[in-house]
Design a protein around this ligand. Structure first.
Ligand SMILES: NC(=O)c1ccc[n+]([C@@H]2O[C@H](COP(=O)([O-])OP(=O)(O)OC[C@H]3O[C@@H](n4cnc5c(N)ncnc54)[C@H](O)[C@@H]3O)[C@@H](O)[C@H]2O)c1
Length: 432
């Protein structure tokens, strides 16, 4: 058994009213608990319930097997709203709130009635909170990216290995219908031997960088200095999964470049006036940051990040090339070409292959997922998070989280060094 100890299983069976024979009661309780693990209540604490945490709270509440006994946020307004949301959804008492100071989440972590915590605070807080959660023996899920520095990546890996406590990075872009369908096709060898892939996060968020009074939000502070590919995991995560990174191939070296920074300043001038304080802020991070990653197995991955240039919203753009064919997604158009299956030299709409290759997740639960945000990715990322808590086997583990997250600090260092090549660590090698 994984999460449930024999004693817990016995307690669970008694409290659940499972009928036990006089002899072999514990064994039966264990068996009952194992066979009914899907119906066991999962108790999850939330840390950080701003925009994203609240979105994920709503998705989590759609799973009836989850209880939310505790919520932490230093913003009391956000905390109160989240507490009310849970009380309304579950028709019971409000979860206990924690908002005393920036470290009050540690009091939440010290509770003994939580199976897991979900962390959706600003990105620079994730690693410390996850490490603290692991030390408190709570399975942790965090928003993306998991870490801001290479040192934090190693700390995450080390904490996992020392505490033997699980962690899942909640990378929802892995779960959209097209990304999962491509995964299914890759698994069936449809594209042949993979050679090249692109992943990009191009999503204009300039207005999210400023409070109403023009002061900077954490997203504004994020681009004050040259920080490279600030938000790498949506872009590189799907491509790494398709290429079997950390299983059959490993990231090796990256080289990064950037453009000048113009668009956020332009926005500040237009929104707040040329003489305003926001217009005087010097945003150093280039509008477009890009890197090329070479894998040990001889593949290339191109990663692009642009959250400043004006353009309509839409999911990131991805592509994949193999020896047998390719996938291309751009401006919402998704095309496929497979040698031997497609007409010679003709692109096909991806949907023409849907019946044959749709991923089982989407074929079976696509309708339910599509009701949720990020193209349904939010539904499946939470569904997999719950399964990861139950089994202790993470759907997106510390090694993937560290590998995908380290693209930010390494791209920054490469750019600062005149696009110098940076070695990408293999986090499965022993943590130092
Ligand atoms: N996966 C996705 O699609 C997706 C989408 C949006 C945001 N995100 C990520 O989610 C995270 C949160 O983003 P957001 O948009 O919700 O930001 P936000 O600013 O709206 O929310 C962050 C919340 O964390 C709280 N907080 C800050 N410090 C805290 C502390 N020490 N203890 C407890 N609470 C604290 C804030 O008060 C706020 O309520 C970020 O890492 C962001 O990158 C991911």
């Amino acid at each position: 058994m994984n999460e449930l100890s024999r004693r817990d299983a016995f307690k669970w069976a008694i409290s659940s009213g499972v009928a036990l024979a006089m002899s072999g009661a514990v064994g039966q309780a264990v068996k009952a608990a194992e066979t009914s693990k899907d119906s066991k209540k999962l108790r999850i604490g939330f840390i950080g319930v701003g925009g994203r945490g609240t979105e994920l709270l709503k998705v989590t509440l759609a799973f009836p097997e989850v209880d939310i006994p505790a919520i932490c946020d230093i913003n009391e307004d956000h905390l109160n709203k989240a507490q009310d949301l849970v009380a309304k959804a579950r028709g019971g008492a409000k979860p206990e709130g924690y908002s005393k100071d920036a470290h009050d989440y540690r009091r939440l972590l010290s509770r003994d009635d939580l199976d897991a915590v979900l962390i959706a605070t600003p990105q620079e807080l994730h690693a410390e909170m996850v490490v603290d959660a692991m030390k408190a023996k709570k399975f942790a899920g965090s928003e993306v990216p998991a870490c801001e520095t290479v040192d934090e990546c190693w700390k995450l890996v080390k904490a996992h290995e020392e505490t033997k406590t699980g962690y899942m990075m909640l990378e929802n872009y892995l779960y959209s219908q097209p990304v999962m369908m491509v995964q299914n096709m890759v698994d069936q060898g449809v594209f042949g031997d993979l050679t090249y892939g692109t992943g990009s996060y191009i999503h204009e968020i300039r207005k999210m960088r400023f409070e109403k009074d023009g002061s900077l939000t954490w997203r504004g502070e994020n681009i004050l200095h040259n920080r490279g590919i600030v938000y790498p995991t949506h872009a590189i995560g799907p491509v790494c999964r398709w290429m079997g990174i950390n299983k059959t191939d490993w990231l090796d070296t990256l080289v990064a470049m950037d453009t000048k920074a113009v668009s956020t300043h332009k926005y500040a001038v237009e929104k707040f006036g040329a003489d305003s304080n926001p217009a005087k802020v010097n945003f150093e991070n280039g509008d477009n940051n890009q890197c090329l990653v070479r894998t040990k197995g001889g593949r290339l991955i191109e990663v692009r990040y642009d959250t400043s240039s004006p353009r309509p919203p839409g999911m990131g753009e991805y592509s994949l090339q193999g020896s047998q064919g390719c996938f291309l997604s751009c401006f919402g158009e998704r095309k496929i070409y497979i040698e031997g299956q497609s007409k010679p030299e003709k692109w096909q709409d991806m949907d023409e292959y849907k019946e044959k290759y749709n991923h089982p997740y989407w074929a079976q639960r696509g309708e339910e997922a599509a009701k949720r945000g990020h193209g349904g990715g939010d539904y499946f990322v939470i569904s997999d998070f719950l399964d990861s808590i139950r089994t202790g086997k993470s759907a997106i583990d510390v090694y993937d989280a560290a590998t995908w997250s380290c693209i930010r600090p390494l791209s920054e260092e490469s750019i600062r060094g005149g696009s110098k090549p940076m070695k990408i660590p293999n986090f499965k090698e022993k943590a130092t």
